[in-house]
Design a binder for this molecule. Structure first.
Ligand SMILES: Cc1cc2nc3c(=O)[nH]c(=O)nc-3n(C[C@H](O)[C@H](O)[C@H](O)COP(=O)(O)OP(=O)(O)OC[C@H]3O[C@@H](n4cnc5c(N)ncnc54)[C@H](O)[C@@H]3O)c2cc1C
Length: 394
């Protein structure tokens, strides 16, 4: 019988979810949730949106109030960094000592990529990952006028929107020829570029930032993230741009699982194992681990439909599925209110991007979830939306 129970490293989205879901599923052995931040587990998405705008109080960020953990008999240890994993002894070590586990879950997340910034800008340069990062950035923005954002990915653009709405002079530097070039369709980029331009954001496309000549009060680096996998690597677990797991989130050690931003896993929605940075992915992978540890049922391999959102101004971007390198695309609507881009591979719907069209996003998710993407490009072209296709078939 399990006596040491489960240790979870990282008290973020996936770590919290694993602990909470284990109790929901009736797991009675000890659960230890160890996080190196000072705050009780909290959601990150508002950090670049409502929280940064000052529209959401800090006490609304945590997933659960502090007493939740004691009530559920979850030993939450904050301000404690796991320094080593010793798989042969099934132990982990922190500055406070060594703990034994029966099962270990690594949920250490990702970390923003950084580049060297010369003085005097170095002291005005920020990243955005944690609540402390958001507090520091928010404080700096309050007295700043010129804001330079390096990288036109989701986090950079969300901060650009927040700062522009607060009346700042915002410039975004992007090496690619369009914003969100790695993740979104050209039509989505174009619609959002127009919205940022309308808000007064100076989008410098095809332009790397020249720090030597940059004049800014605040610089934000939004140039992507990397998995936090050093602990796993030192423990001898297989890592390759993420902690490599199988379809059941098991690492190369059978007693150790990984979930969330740090994990690279197979999914039926991508040809190769992939590392995803999204709330959905962290929650669904954590749920799958909890299912296996708490019950004796054979859980099916990970097959959750990937989905993601981003809020910029009043616009909500949503993605259902993942967009492979070459898809045939069908577009319905345009602009930031009602646009939908349907991505097909061999006449099967594989992904759908929407701007301001939550109903269509949900239709796409449902379709992908049921593994029955039996809607063709011609269907969309004829009816204009998934919703209308379904209606016509009723
Ligand atoms: C500003 C921002 C906005 C976002 N917006 C969206 C959005 O709109 N939509 C969306 O789907 N996703 C969004 N995301 C992504 C989403 O929040 C992440 O994908 C999700 O939080 C990943 O969960 P995780 O548990 O894997 O990692 P995290 O939530 O990052 O948690 C990992 C935790 O582990 C801790 N840790 C690391 N190493 C150790 C160690 N050795 N010992 C102890 N603790 C350790 C870290 O400090 C951290 O607290 C956003 C992220 C950010 C930063």
């Amino acid at each position: 019988m399990a006596e040491h129970g489960t240790i979870i490293i990282g008290a973020g989205q996936a770590g919290y979810q694993t602990a909470a879901q284990l109790r929901v599923k009736g797991y009675t052995a000890p659960i230890t949730l160890i996080g190196d931040e000072a705050h009780i587990p909290y959601q990150q998405p508002p950090l670049s949106k409502a929280y940064l705008k000052g529209e959401l109080d800090g006490d609304r960020l945590p997933f659960r109030p502090e007493n939740f953990y004691a009530d559920k008999n979850i030993d939450l240890r904050l301000n404690e960094r796991v320094e080593a994993i010793t798989p042969s002894e099934k132990t982990i070590t922190t500055a406070k000592g060594t703990l034994s586990y029966d099962s270990l879950v690594i949920a250490t997340g990702g970390t923003p990529r950084q580049i060297p910034v010369p003085e005097p800008l170095a002291g005005k340069t920020y990243i955005l990952k944690t609540r402390d990062d958001a507090d520091a950035l928010g404080q700096a923005l309050s007295s700043a006028q010129r804001v330079a954002i390096v990288g036109a990915g989701f986090i950079g653009l969300e901060v650009a929107a927040t700062a522009a709405q607060a009346g700042k002079d915002v410039t975004v530097y992007e090496m690619q020829d369009r914003i969100l070039a790695r993740v979104a369709s050209p039509a989505v980029s174009a619609a959002l570029e127009a919205r940022h331009a309308a808000a007064g954001v100076d989008l410098r496309l095809n332009e790397g930032v020249d720090f030597a000549n940059l004049e800014a009060d605040v610089v934000l680096l939004g140039i992507g993230g990397m998995p936090v996998q050093e602990l796993a690597e030192s423990a001898g677990l297989t890592c390759d741009g993420g902690i490599v797991v199988d379809g059941h989130m098991r690492t190369s050690d059978p007693a150790i699982y990984a979930a969330g931003d740090c994990a690279k896993s197979p999914t039926p929605f991508w040809s190769d194992p992939i590392r995803l940075e999204s709330v959905q992915n962290a929650i669904d992978q954590a749920n799958l681990i909890a299912d296996q540890l708490a019950t004796t049922n054979d859980a099916p391999a990970y097959h959750a439909v990937p989905w993601f959102w981003s809020d910029q101004y009043e616009v909500k971007y949503q993605l259902a599925g993942l967009i492979p390198p070459s898809t045939s695309r069908v577009q319905a609507g345009e602009g930031t209110d009602g646009l939908a881009i349907y991505h097909f591979k061999d006449d099967t719907l594989v992904a759908c991007e929407t701007l301001g069209n939550g109903a269509e996003h949900m239709s796409a998710r449902r379709l992908l979830e049921h593994g029955n993407a039996a809607v063709s490009p011609a269907d969309i072209a004829e009816h204009g939306s998934l919703k209308a296709v379904f209606k016509a078939r009723r």
